[in-house]
Design a protein around this ligand. Structure first.
Ligand code: NAD
Length: 484
């Protein structure tokens, strides 16, 4: 199993990549090698595009009501196999079984929403725009589209795109993260069981070079990307320069404001889950808590206690509340950022570095870390850490807190904890972020709403999910019609 070399899935067949090199896929909790992933070449991408282009001719002519039958089957297969899929997600990505089940549930939700495509894809008409002349808008599929996805949601993020793309009549190429390719392999096996026509969905493994081949291929019309901000910017620039439409979701630094009137116990539990759930490797993790006025002291003490009590370990073991980070390099990077914070004057109130999980000494574990007195102007306050590290800042008023929220260059999510409707409205109105949580720590939009990151967290116009996805994956064709 260890030496299993993964294959690409092209035109309904498992094919060996023409890659010259392979990378190990590792379980971050045990450092065990699970498989080897090929770094696919431009020739592999070419083959995937060729078959997707051929399949598109009949797929776009397949009525939407028939296209969604495959998605109904996929939904059932995902439900039937959810426990096995959750084990896969945990083993390659590190999160706990519960967290894996949670992300798969959100992925299934996207399949369910995409099953509504016959209604969602409808256009609109006007009779008599001039005497005897009618005008119609039709939505047509774009063609061959591709998605490039990150390591932190191996199940959910490919499913943000695949169901909407194919329901709209496109053919789809998935390039999953090379660090977590196994869940995507299983997803293809389940799709195969639905009887989906060959060529409608392809899986091409790989890394940067594979991505560049996708971005430069003239046969691919649209790119969906999720990952870090520097790569999102690069992908957006290259895809659009090549004339493709692109939606590129980037990194985040999500602040949560705590007002003195908020319920302390609820806030502590909710924010600890947001900051340390998935070991802080969630693009919607609250990584900065801004306490206002009297909220400061009690919150800090309660949060330290809550964070220190989390059980860290291998996510398939009973009672584990937090898994490892994805790689040893990631662990090292996070440790360096905490050290930078210290040099910049922050106080390490809870230190999760240099701790081991004794059952798994090889694992890439970090324990929850809390930095106090973080200067909002310091580098650590502006940098995405993407690990189990919560930074605490204190301000005098709600206005000051909103000003700090709006100074952050990202804009994925911002949250407020309060009992005041007036404060909540002010925050909702003024906060410069695309997803807002009011007494919610991880404001993840349902699949029928767009996932609305702003600023440095998103490059493009139309986001993933909801009606944005339908617009992204379709061209609007406008017809003006007269029958003299
Ligand atoms: P990443 O940017 O390293 O990789 C994402 C994808 O890009 C992978 O498929 C990878 O193979 C590819 N890639 C990596 N480097 C590349 C390069 N130089 N050129 C071209 N392609 C490249 O991201 P990651 O570490 O896998 O994921 C974590 C990041 O994703 C975090 O920054 C997190 O905030 C972000 N994220 C954002 C959202 C969102 O919705 N905004 C959701 C999940 C994760």
């Amino acid at each position: 199993m260890k030496n299993r070399q993964l294959m690409n899935y092209i035109n309904g067949q498992w094919r060996r990549s023409s890659a010259g090199s392979y990378l190990d896929v590792t379980n971050p909790a045990t450092a065990e090698v699970l498989a080897q992933v090929p770094l696919s070449t431009p020739a592999d991408v070419e083959l995937a595009v060729k078959h997707a282009t051929a399949a598109f001719q009949s797929w776009r002519r397949t009525p939407a009501t028939q296209r969604i039958q495959y998605l109904f089957k996929l939904k059932n297969l995902l439900e039937q196999n959810i426990q096995e899929l959750a084990c896969l997600v945990t083993n390659e990505c590190g999160k706990t079984r519960e967290e894996s089940l949670g992300e798969l549930r959100r992925g299934i939700e996207t399949v369910e929403v995409a099953c509504g495509i016959p209604s969602l894809m409808q256009g609109y008409n006007n009779e008599d725009i001039a005497s005897g002349i009618d005008e119609h808008l039709y939505r047509q599929p774009v063609g061959v589209v591709a998605a490039i996805t990150p390591f932190n949601f191996p199940g959910m993020i490919p499913l943000w795109f695949l169901p909407f793309a194919i329901a709209c009549g496109n053919c789809f190429i998935l390039k999953p993260s090379e660090r977590v390719p196994l869940t995507s392999v299983r997803l293809m096996e389940l799709l195969e069981q639905t009887g989906l026509p060959p060529g409608v969905v392809q899986l091409v493994h790989g890394d940067k070079e594979t991505v560049i081949a996708i971005l430069d291929h003239p046969g691919i019309r649209a790119i969906s990307f999720v990952g870090s901000t520097p790569v999102a910017k690069f992908v957006y620039a290259r895809a659009t320069a090549n004339g493709k439409r692109a939606q590129c979701q980037g990194g985040a630094k999500n602040p949560a404001i705590v007002l003195p009137d908020a319920d302390p116990e609820f806030v502590t539990k909710t924010l600890a889950e947001s900051a340390f759930g998935c070991a802080g490797q969630r693009c919607l993790a609250s990584s900065v808590a801004l306490t206002v006025g009297e909220a400061g002291r009690a919150f800090t003490d309660a949060m330290i206690e809550e964070a220190a009590s989390r059980r860290v370990g291998y996510g398939l073991e009973e009672g584990i509340q937090m898994g490892p980070v994805i790689t040893s390099q990631s662990k090292e990077r996070i440790n360096k950022l905490v050290a930078l914070g210290e040099r910049e004057g922050a106080k390490v109130l809870l230190d999760g570095r240099d701790r081991v999980v004794k059952e798994h000494p090889e694992g890439y574990f970090l324990f929850p870390t809390i930095l106090g007195k973080v200067d909002p102007r310091s580098e650590i306050a502006c940098t995405e850490i993407f690990g189990p590290v919560l930074s605490l800042m204190h301000v005098a008023t709600l206005e000051d807190a909103i000003a700090e929220v709006n100074r952050i260059s990202y804009g994925n999510m911002a949250c407020l904890f309060t009992r005041s409707g007036a404060a909540a409205r002010k925050f909702r109105y003024e906060a410069n972020a695309g997803n807002i949580g009011i007494n919610v720590g991880v404001a993840a939009p349902m699949a029928f709403f767009p996932f609305s990151g702003w600023n440095e967290s998103f490059f493009g116009d139309l986001h993933a999910q909801g009606m944005h996805a339908v617009e992204f994956y379709t061209e609007a064709k406008v017809v003006v019609e007269r029958w003299p």
